[in-house]
Design a protein around this ligand. Structure first.
Ligand SMILES: NC(=O)c1ccc[n+]([C@@H]2O[C@H](COP(=O)([O-])OP(=O)(O)OC[C@H]3O[C@@H](n4cnc5c(N)ncnc54)[C@H](O)[C@@H]3O)[C@@H](O)[C@H]2O)c1
Ligand SMILES: [Zn+2]
Length: 373
């Protein structure tokens, strides 16, 4: 079903009905009636053994959609929002709450929030008493199409991202696109970078459809449709390579530059979100794809133009190219001291474990630099 460089989905992308199961196992579903689907799961657990993890925003904007599912007031555990709180102190707080409030093997943790909540909630649930059940109700675009699917859970450690964690699948991920209505434009744009990535690594038709979508003037019906399609692409890749031994690395497209740029901007005190850095990363990596794999020049400019129009532009100083290069050298995906990329030979054809010359990396950064002019 899948070759090293081609991703084929086994189920059709018909999304006329928004209530969709993503893949055959029904582990990931997209729904327009969240209460109904949630009831089916929570009835398997005593209500006083249900714990809902939120941050202040997911509580404020999303909890009301599920509140009436519960006959009595459920246990709500709130942690402060933000990546800086995806750490052992928050995990401790949650473990303590579970311990003090009678959580046991019959308990269910409901992770209601963005990727920070689904990552830390999944981690805490998977480690408490050797693991209690958890489900994800992702409430950001990034978490709906990416973070809540694929079983990676964890926390940051010593200022390094996702250093402590494990593969542990959620009992179910319920995607309710209406949650996205309250998301800020910046967060929506950040998540949209992963939607762009999924289309590019999947196939030309997906890209053609996506590039008709205007992020500056969002049509929610079209957005929700794209969420379904994007989720299917990630889910299908995960099914084929759950532990990232091969094709799952395709999901790193845009991320070798992207991660380095994210750290570079953070070090400079510039508030850039993950997806915004990945968007710049995709510009650089489609450029490198042209150099290394002869990716079509016309298509390259098409992609670059779309990203340049729809995503915020940031300044990468020329004198900082060496710093960015050295950050890329420290990427945990590297091996043999070589920087590794997932690059495109065509739209829909990805080649993993690619390398390039230092000069190509500098040229790619320069290409992005020139775009600003
Ligand atoms: N496990 C994986 O495979 C995987 C993949 C990609 C990313 N991640 C992780 O995901 C995290 C990023 O996820 P994120 O972008 O969702 O960030 P996030 O969880 O920090 O959410 C972004 C912001 O949106 C707010 N928010 C959440 N839902 C909202 C809503 N419906 N309306 C308004 N505001 C809302 C949050 O409170 C937060 O301020 C990172 O920690 C990253 O490492 C994990
Ligand atoms: Zn990403």
């Amino acid at each position: 079903m899948i070759t090293k460089n081609k991703i084929l989905l086994n189920n059709s992308l018909n999304t006329s009905n928004l209530v969709e199961k993503i893949g055959d196992d029904e582990k990931v579903i997209v729904v327009d009636n969240i209460k109904f689907h949630l009831e089916n799961i929570i009835k398997k657990h005593p209500e006083n053994k249900i714990y809902i993890l939120v941050d202040e925003n997911s509580y404020k904007y999303c909890y009301s959609y599920i509140e009436k599912t519960f006959a009595t007031s459920p246990n709500i555990i709130e942690i402060e929002s933000g990546e800086k709180n995806k750490n052992i102190d928050s995990a401790n707080k949650i473990w303590n709450y579970l311990s003090d409030n009678g959580a046991d093997r019959n308990s269910l943790m409901i992770n209601l929030g963005g990727g920070v909540i689904t990552d830390i909630g999944g981690f805490v649930a998977s480690t408490f008493k050797r693991g209690i059940s958890f489900i994800n109700l992702p409430s950001t675009l990034l978490s709906q199409v990416d973070a809540s699917i694929g079983a990676k859970v964890g926390i940051n450690f010593n200022n390094l991202k996702n250093q402590i964690g494990l593969f542990s699948p959620a009992e179910q991920t319920i995607i309710f696109p209406k949650f996205l209505k309250t998301l800020s434009k910046k967060e929506l744009t950040s998540g949209f970078a992963e939607v762009v990535k999924h289309a590019l690594i999947y196939k030309l038709d997906a890209w053609e459809e996506l590039r008709r979508f205007n992020l500056k003037d969002v049509d929610n019906t079209k957005l929700f449709d794209l969420v379904v399609k994007s989720t299917k692409i990630k889910h299908e890749i995960i099914l084929q390579d759950p532990k990232e031994k091969g094709i799952r690395k395709a999901l790193n497209f845009g991320h070798t530059f992207g991660h380095a740029l994210e750290t570079y901007f953070h070090n400079k005190g510039v508030r850039i979100l993950h997806g915004e850095a990945v968007a710049i990363g995709m510009i650089c990596e489609v450029f490198v794809s042209n150099k290394v794999l002869n990716f079509d020049l016309h298509k390259m400019f098409e992609i670059v133009e779309y990203i340049a129009i729809n995503f915020k532009s940031y300044t990468v100083e020329m004198q900082d190219y060496d710093e960015i290069y050295s950050l890329m050298k420290h990427d945990k995906k590297n091996s043999d001291n070589k920087i590794r990329f997932a690059l495109l030979s065509k739209i829909g054809e990805i080649k993993i474990n690619q390398t390039c010359e230092k000069n190509d990396i500098f040229q790619a950064l320069n290409f992005y630099y020139q775009l600003k002019k």
